[in-house]
Design a binder for this molecule. Sequence first.
Ligand code: ARG
Length: 538
Amino acid sequence: VSSAFDFAGNLFPLSSTTGAGGYAPIGAPTSAARPAGGLGGESLEKHKTLTYLNGLSLIVGLIIGSGIFSSPSQVSSKVGSAGAALVVWVVAGILAWTGAASYAELGGCIPLNGGSQVYLAKTFGEIAGFLFTWVAVLVLKPGSAAIISIIMGEYFVRAIIGAEAETINPWINKSVALAGIAVVTFLNCISTRLGTRVNDVLMFLKFVALLGVTVTGIVVAITGYTFKGEKDVAWKAHDWFDGTSFDLSNWAVALYGGLWAFDGWDNTNYVVGEFRNPSRDLPRVIHTAMPLVILSYVLANVAYFLVLPVGEVNGSNTVAVAFGSKVFGPIGALVLALVVSASCFGALNSSTFTAGRLVYVAGKEGYVPAVFGRIGVGNEERELSTQHTRSCFSKRLRGCFGDDDMGLFYTPIYALILNGTITAGYCIVGEFATLVTFYGVAGYTFYFVTVLGLIILRVKEPHLERPYKTWITTPIIFCCVSLFLLSRAVFAQPLQTLAVVAFVIAGIPVYFWRIRGRDQARKREGDGGERPWWRFWT
Ligand code: ARG
């Protein structure tokens, strides 16, 4: 049995040209291979701060965002009936779970930060990992964050102005969204701990909200009364499977809607390297998070359908608000709008946290300019900042946003700023219908290839140490269903698919350019040369 780090020297076979001790994988000690302050320098993974609970709140916080409160209409209007919609929600949840379980295996045997990037590099060569990063850094992460932030803005403005207000200038929504992006970027720059604390609190809030929706729905269903005193709520009238569509394409589109709500299940994998005990905690996180999320989503949907007639669900982009106003009147609408925007804020926060890590890893690899792979403060500044933190705050308070041995700003600041900037850009120019499909197609292409890689690894390297091994059926199911989804997209959205393909291909020349620069830089360092300060791109 080979150990987890056996491939350390040959994860990427590119190192021979550098003469600087070879390529060290992300998270491995870099000092021997590279002079300090070069492409390596301070490293986040040295500080293993994440626990099981942090992981759980990270992933749950990211998954439960906007989707469960606004996608139900997309699902039910496509498949035609409440019963069929529930089936889609269950299928989407299980699909996400099989994906997450597969990623847990990969994360266990390659416990490094970076997610798909490292797994793809390991199975298909570095260029595959690079192409993932290329798409993820430029499109997937900021694109999804932009969508979430816009939805957050919409709900927040609605809560303030009132649910019934007709047209709201989209720029008002966008300003709130931009403010949200700035706030989470700043929070995550300050400290890792602060970001994760915010997640912990908001995760709790989300479960309470979903539980509240469920209980309310059941009470209304049993008594037949809403809290406003209205009688005869519609649920008795529905026929659960009336009007079900039998068109496969409709089901595929509905599934994309459900999958958006479950999306984000791969995100703990971006930060595996920072777990105290990754091989134990990663599978545990995934196998608690996924069933919890599936259960609460299905229950929330049942509650929606118990209270609102299918037609009303179909026609509303803001099902949660419609639900609140039906049961409790304007106050209910207001509370739910606030809850949804808080939930989106939490998802945005978690997403920013992991996106920062992704860009940071890419910076360390030389995929993006090296400055993005740096921690906010260097060693001396860190010492100062630690002392400063110590003198300013009580121990208890300090525990809330920084580890004792880490001062403030011990975070990938530059990476976070880059990510925040791109996100803001999408938020300003974004045309969201386009972005969502592009996101789905590009995202599932990489999920598919990564999980396929797991199957290939099982065959190619059967003896690789796998602290957690999922049933082989899991990745197979995931691959089949995502292939079906992707093939549908090719027919339904040929232009979008073409755009995705073109974008990925455009990454290939960039890869060769970046790698050349990186190898030259390492060679210079190996020769004891200095990197001129203005050469920020290598
Ligand atoms: N599931 C989330 C929601 O319902 C969306 C997650 C987006 N994905 C991501 N990696 N940020 O809003």
